[in-house]
Design a protein. Structure first.
Length: 491
């Protein structure tokens, strides 16, 4: 046994950034909602003697404190106001580097953009189910009467995610025919999370299967006709009866077992959460203007009493250091709120500039817009935009809208312009509406038509959008057309 122990000395150089707690708090101020910020300010007013609410006739006096007050304290940080802004920018850059450090290279820029926007969007917490349904209806291509009926349907969803009202009751409440409500329900189910809005278990499972990218026709058929045999484990018997391969039937049963029979119970935020608008977009003389809604926030200023103590150098060294630290914390809070409001305004103005059509008309459509593009417009880092829109809402003539809902990835056209997925879906519906009944267009044919119009939309994407719109496959459309023709001949 070798017991020789050798010791070595070595040195290496590493870079390390120690983030000041104040800077981390500043990033939190940028990201929190108006309700949370108001609560944070209330706590600081109670706990920090150097911070006070200014009366209406007074103005905040953070700028009256000299740099000597903000400099040098027990934590060893030496920052003036301009340096604080620089450090915030550096922090955003480092945040971006950490986020991308382990990200693999992707061959498709569109896939990379979708993954990137997913990361950016989920900095904000997930919305409740009802909020998600309301947002989906708002941005859907629905007529006013159909949108109102869809809202009635959304309000009739129970805790499991099922529709807790009959089509007849919804028809009476909306003033539409039952047949028209059935069409609206199909569109609603395509807009909602998979399985939400189903009327029974079979429909719930079928909706989840239809939302999958893979071929699930066998599983759908088993759900509709052989669901009772699933729990009994009769895959072989069902396969023999259908003349299908037993392994395929067993695989389909396994897939069905992974589905959620009560998708509504997955809502992560069941307790009611109240939100307030941070900004408002108003039309004045035919032009859209953005206004901050910060009445809830008190106007903050540094305590004149603490300032006098520091100026007079009254008190022990420990007392003065304590007061200086509290003054610096208060100053960071005041400047952080100012930075937050300014950044939100800049982002909202760019939203108004790009989304004029959507904000000015009830039938207006969203234009493609990314956080990267807005960041370049206002001269900040992309992660700053992401934090600035997280948990923020804008009051518009079309209702209260979450800021991140205005950001949509677009499809690049041959002429350099972009269109949103919603417009691609509208064009897809137009293709199918104009097709010959007995010669329906396949998903591949529709993909080729998009290509001729300068849009690259994959066949799988066409299938996904078609199912979201509640449009049957070309095979099913052909079968229905033949049945209609046979009935017409018989008559």
């Amino acid at each position: 046994m070798n017991t020789n122990i050798k010791m070595y000395q070595s040195s290496n150089v590493t870079q390390q950034l120690n983030l000041a707690p104040q800077l981390l708090n500043w990033l939190k101020i940028l990201q929190v909602s108006s309700v949370e910020l108001s609560e944070l300010v209330d706590r600081e007013l109670v706990s920090n003697p150097a911070l006070e609410a200014a009366s209406p006739e007074e103005s905040p006096m953070a700028d009256d404190i000299g740099s000597d007050v903000l400099a040098s304290s027990a934590d060893g940080i030496d920052l003036c106001r301009s340096e604080v802004g620089e450090r915030l920018g550096v922090l955003a850059d480092i945040d971006e580097e950490w986020r991308l450090a382990d990200e693999p290279r992707l061959s498709s820029s569109h896939v990379l953009q979708e993954k990137h926007d997913f990361t950016m969007d989920h900095i904000a917490s997930t919305s409740r189910l009802q909020d998600e349904l309301e947002q989906a209806i708002l941005f859907a291509d629905l007529s006013e009467t159909h949108a109102e009926a869809a809202r009635i349907i959304a309000g009739s969803i129970d805790g499991r995610g099922y529709l807790d009202a009959s089509l007849e009751d919804i028809a009476k409440a909306s003033g539409l025919d039952v047949s028209e409500i059935a069409v609206v329900l199909e569109k609603f189910q395509a807009l909602a999370p998979a399985g939400i809005g189903a009327r029974d278990l079979r429909e719930c499972l079928t909706l989840q299967l239809k939302a999958m990218d893979s071929d699930t026709e066998l599983a759908q058929m088993l759900v509709n006709n052989w669901l009772d045999h699933l729990a009994a484990g009769r895959a072989v018997m069902v396969a023999d009866h259908l003349g299908e391969d037993a392994d395929k039937v067993e695989a389909a049963f396994r897939l069905i077992r992974t589905l959620d029979p009560e998708p509504g119970k997955n809502d992560p935020s069941v307790p009611t959460e109240y939100v307030e608008a941070d900004l408002e977009i108003r039309s004045k003389n035919g032009e859209l203007h953005v206004e901050l809604l910060d009445e809830r926030l008190p106007k903050l200023q540094l305590s004149s009493y603490c300032k006098r103590l520091l100026d007079a150098r009254q008190g022990s060294k420990a007392d003065l250091e304590y007061i200086r630290g509290k003054v610096r914390e208060a100053s960071f809070l005041i400047q952080g709120i100012s930075q937050r409001q300014d950044t939100m305004l800049k982002v909202a103005r760019q939203i108004v500039r790009v989304q004029q059509e959507f904000l000015s008309s009830e039938n207006g459509a969203l234009q493609p817009l990314t956080m990267n593009k807005v960041a370049a417009m206002i001269g900040v880092h992309e992660t700053t935009v992401s934090r600035a829109i997280a948990n923020k809402y804008i009051r518009t003539e079309r209702g209260l809208i979450e800021m991140r809902s205005f950001f949509k990835v677009g499809y690049r056209c041959a002429d350099g312009s972009s269109v949103t997925p919603e417009r691609v879906k509208t064009r897809l519906e137009a293709f199918i509406d104009a097709e010959e009944a007995l010669k329906p267009l396949t998903d591949a044919h529709i993909s080729e038509r998009f290509k001729k119009e300068g849009l690259k939309v994959a066949r799988r994407t066409v299938a996904k959008y078609r199912e979201e719109l509640g449009i049957p496959s070309s095979k099913e459309r052909l079968i229905r057309a033949r049945r209609r023709e046979e009935l017409a001949i018989a008559v």
